[in-house]
Design a binder for this molecule. Structure first.
Ligand SMILES: NC(=O)C1=CN([C@@H]2O[C@H](COP(=O)(O)OP(=O)(O)OC[C@H]3O[C@@H](n4cnc5c(N)ncnc54)[C@H](OP(=O)(O)O)[C@@H]3O)[C@@H](O)[C@H]2O)C=CC1
Ligand SMILES: N[C@@H](CC=O)C(=O)O
Ligand code: NA
Length: 369
């Protein structure tokens, strides 16, 4: 038993949330799970006892006797409930909801720490970024969001360590999307050949849990732009918004105005095969130069230039040779000279993303002890 009980609220039980609950169930000294929510329902440990809900999958947790069930609760109510627990509290946000992310300052000011793989809050307006960190200081709470870039890979912790120890980061570049890495590695491999259709590989990436809840957020480049916004801000650049620099979209023009609803996602996935020839043309153009096409991003710190889009690579390059959903992130710094510090490995998927969330949770728990 840890000396000071810590109370936990978890919102989101999709691919990442379910894998996170699995890992939480194996913690030797788990926090007390007192709130578990999905979009339509919330499970609460009854007050004032706050006796914990088992850290199990949604169905098991929902079937637990004595759990109070309500519909979706406003973020302010979740914050009030957690702040009234008889100990320090942590919110784990496993959604991609911008509205919940906009309420992080409310949680933090009440002393509730936030751990999340949700990129939205850290990559929206710069004012929200500043509000999140000043609110954390005000509430003496912590914010950890390692899985917002490179899933569980130690990308943010590496960058923070470089900056905190006085190194000068000059450039960050690489492949930042697990989905786009998987798509291009499968559709246009550097060795061998592939007859896979673009739309079929997109459907596979969605099935494997690599894509954002709306796969168009990956294909339009916005997911990569959000990650670069977060990295650029940590490297000291005041990027105002994730759309403040040019982003190359892979969404066919004719499908660009479909609604951002569940119906819009279904129609997009249904009609995507009509546009397979467009992506095949891009692949063939690279092939004619003896290269492969990949979706990459870069931040040049001195010139404050952020770039996101397609580029051709030699087939024997490190980027061309990536496998599966791998990300590769190269940090060029004064201390590391011309050989960058490189972080590489799976950049999407429930288990690896949940690992980043679970390890952040352990770090926050340690700091609250
Ligand atoms: N998948 C991956 O590889 C990675 C994902 N991430 C990030 O992790 C987060 C989760 O992704 P993933 O698990 O794949 O997404 P899913 O779509 O699988 O799950 C999202 C979950 O959030 C719930 N949810 C959405 N909005 C709300 C809300 N307002 N209140 C309560 N619950 C809500 C959904 O509820 P319901 O079950 O009712 O639909 C669902 O349980 C995203 O921010 C994503 O960007 C980061 C790195 C990698
Ligand atoms: N959809 C994202 C998930 C991780 O951030 C990706 O594919 O990289
Ligand atoms: Na990471």
């Amino acid at each position: 038993m840890s000396p000071n009980p810590i109370y936990l609220g978890v919102v989101g039980v999709g691919g990442v949330g379910t894998a996170f609950l699995n890992q939480l169930a194996r913690f030797p000294n788990p926090p007390k799970l007192v709130l578990l929510a999905r979009s339509s329902q919330t499970l609460l440990a009854p007050t004032p006892a706050y006796s914990p809900i088992p850290a199990a999958d949604w169905a098991t947790a929902a079937a637990t006797p004595l759990v109070t069930k309500t519909g979706a609760l406003p973020a302010e109510e979740i914050a009030t409930y957690l702040a009234s627990a008889p100990g320090r509290a942590i919110l784990v946000d496993n959604t991609s909801d911008i509205n919940l992310a906009k309420q992080y300052p409310t949680f933090l000011k009440k002393g509730i720490s936030v751990v999340t793989p949700n990129k939205k809050g850290f990559s929206d307006d710069l004012s929200l970024w500043k509000d999140i960190f000043s609110s954390a200081a005000e509430g003496k709470a912590h914010v950890y969001h390692e899985s917002t870039v490179g899933a569980g890979l130690p990308v943010l912790s590496t960058l923070k360590d470089l900056v905190a120890t006085g190194d000068e980061v000059t450039r960050i570049e690489g492949v930042f999307s697990g989905t786009l890495s998987f798509l291009f590695n499968t559709f246009a491999p550097a060795s061998g050949s592939s007859n896979a259709q673009w739309s079929a590989v997109v459907a596979q990436a969605k099935e494997l849990g690599y894509t954002e809840p709306d796969p168009r957020d990956d294909l339009n480049g916005m997911d990569v732009a959000r990650k670069l916004t977060i990295l650029a801000r940590l490297a000291g650049l005041e990027v105002s918004r994730p759309d403040s620099f040019p982003i190359e979209s892979l969404i066919p023009e004719a499908l660009a105005s479909l609604p951002s609803s569940a119906e819009g996602i279904t129609e997009f996935m249904t009609r995507l095969p009509e546009f397979d020839a467009q992506m095949a043309n891009i692949k063939d153009s690279a092939e004619k130069e003896g290269k492969v096409v990949r979706y990459v991003g870069s931040i040049d710190v001195a010139s404050k230039a952020v770039k996101v889009g397609l580029q051709y690579f030699d087939k024997d390059s490190a980027i061309a040779g990536l496998k599966g959903s791998d990300n590769i992130i190269s940090f060029y710094t004064k201390r590391y000279g011309s050989n960058p510090l490189i972080v590489q490995g799976a950049g999407a998927g429930g288990d690896v993303t949940a690992m980043g969330v679970a390890s952040d949770l352990i770090k926050v728990m340690d700091r609250l002890q």
